[in-house]
Design a protein around this ligand. Sequence first.
Ligand code: CTP
Length: 402
Amino acid sequence: MLKDKKIVLGITGSIAAYKIPFLVRLLIKEGAEVRVIMTPAAVDFVTPLTLSTLSRNTVVVDPFKVATGEWNNHVELGMWADAMVFAPVTANTLGKMVNGIADNFVVTAYLSAKCPVFIVPAMDLDMYNHPSTQKNISTLKSYGNIVVEPQTGELASGLSGPGRMEEPENLVTLLKSYFQKQNDFAGRTILVTAGPTYEAIDPVRFIGNHSSGKMGFAIAAEAAWRGASVILVSGPSCNEIHHPAINRINVVSANEMFSACLEHFPTADITIMAAAVADFTPAKFSSEKIKKNQQDHSLEMKPTPDILKELGSIKKPPQILVGFALETENEIPNAIEKLNAKNLDLIILNSLKDSGAGFNTNTNKVTILDKSGRINRGELKDKREVAADIFDAVKALFSDTK
Ligand code: CTP
């Protein structure tokens, strides 16, 4: 799977750099072509000589000091690479990547990437858990990079916790799976909804919900990664996403989301409704701010359109429609009922009872049920990995219809 793949490997100054010679060996054994670039700090942890010997290529730390000058141009490197893997990445380099501080060759190459980028952080647990680091990781994900979250275990400091760089064998498996799935949805148009909806009460107040949009955005990123052209209809969400194949349409209310979905559904081969759509909206919108000059105030509500159900009723073969089910009890029977009632092909069951799953987390634990009765219970994983599982389940439906 990695035969003849061109991989740029960027190393930064973390103790985990000692694992990189093994990674280079594994990549070379798989038939990949590897070019190693390093920050000056990385050289203190692993020698360029070791890496150039294993990669059979010149290692660049300072591009101006390479005598041959053949490929030490970051722009050229960006065009050459099929994938860039940055491992290990320190908290310092994460910050530079987020802010575009190109004061070394590694960050310059990152900024010149035209290919998928894998970022593999490694650091002490407190640095990793710090809000600055977590925010940088979220931002880098929102730029479409794959962040391979560190493992939990014993750290070089003697402390134990999250921060251990993912093992080289697992990184190779991830790369192989990427190249295997690359473009497997090419030529397909995928409509994805994400985030909450806000239902206005008056010009100041609204009724919303806790959805952050992270799951829907991860689905959009995965779809683009797999070659699809994506229409992302998003309710109010702080998430950002940047990819030429993703067309983001911002909406606020359930009704606006409904109109956007109706407009784009006819051209969608696959529709995935990850949004947490409000089921009710205020019956009347008050154009003036409601004053508190009364003791009690009750709000009359009316139902919103069930977008998923409407789309299910107009779906034409071979369109595929995927819904989510958020349940707190009788999970599987309720999900199956929704799958049938809304004429879905797949339903993704989320239980709020699972810790680490649900609203505003980076991870999720879902059960995927399809119309032929297959039930696939997943582990707690990064939302991007959950998105990959959803597309694998969609692919299984394609093979059912062959
Ligand atoms: N959904 C929708 N339109 C709505 C409400 C929900 O399209 N007005 C979609 C969601 O995007 C999700 C699926 O329906 O894909 C299931 O949402 P969920 O909140 O679990 O269920 P509901 O159908 O709203 O039913 P209930 O709240 O009674 O469980």
